[in-house]
Design a protein around this ligand. Structure first.
Ligand code: MG
Length: 128
């Protein structure tokens, strides 16, 4: 069985970027959306996501979805992270879809599946 073809786009980042721009414009918040501020906000949201998992065992973290309140908190923080990431990329003129595709291609070359399968080593192969 042949694998399904890759989708044309992995995420509809353009639609999300437009929605976030509209949200900011309606509130006159674009004045606050410098790349510096957005990068800092992104970091803060990542911190809020990490805080949920802080002190959990690996097993507890895998079961985080079983508690509805915690699952909702994780969902909210993941959304916050994506919102600030997409907003930052938009303000910097970075095409996230293209950037992710480029990075995934380089990662595939750097970490050939046949050479790294089952290994958690971050050492790149000589093909980087
Ligand atoms: Mg948050």
């Amino acid at each position: 069985m042949t694998p399904a073809p890759e989708p044309q786009r992995l995420l509809d980042v353009d639609a999300l970027s437009r929605a976030l721009e509209r949200f900011a414009v309606e509130r006159d918040w674009t004045q606050f959306h410098s790349p510096k501020n957005l990068a800092m906000a992104l970091t803060g949201e990542v911190g809020e996501l990490v805080e949920i998992f802080q002190w959990m065992s690996a097993e507890e973290s895998a079961d985080v979805g079983t508690d509805p309140r915690t699952a909702q908190a994780v969902r909210d923080e993941l959304a916050d992270v994506l919102i600030y990431l997409v907003r930052l990329a938009d303000r910097l003129g970075v095409d996230l879809d293209a950037a992710v595709r480029d990075k995934m291609q380089r990662n595939a070359l750097r970490y050939p599946a046949d050479e790294v399968r089952g290994s958690n080593s971050k050492q790149p192969t000589t093909r980087s």
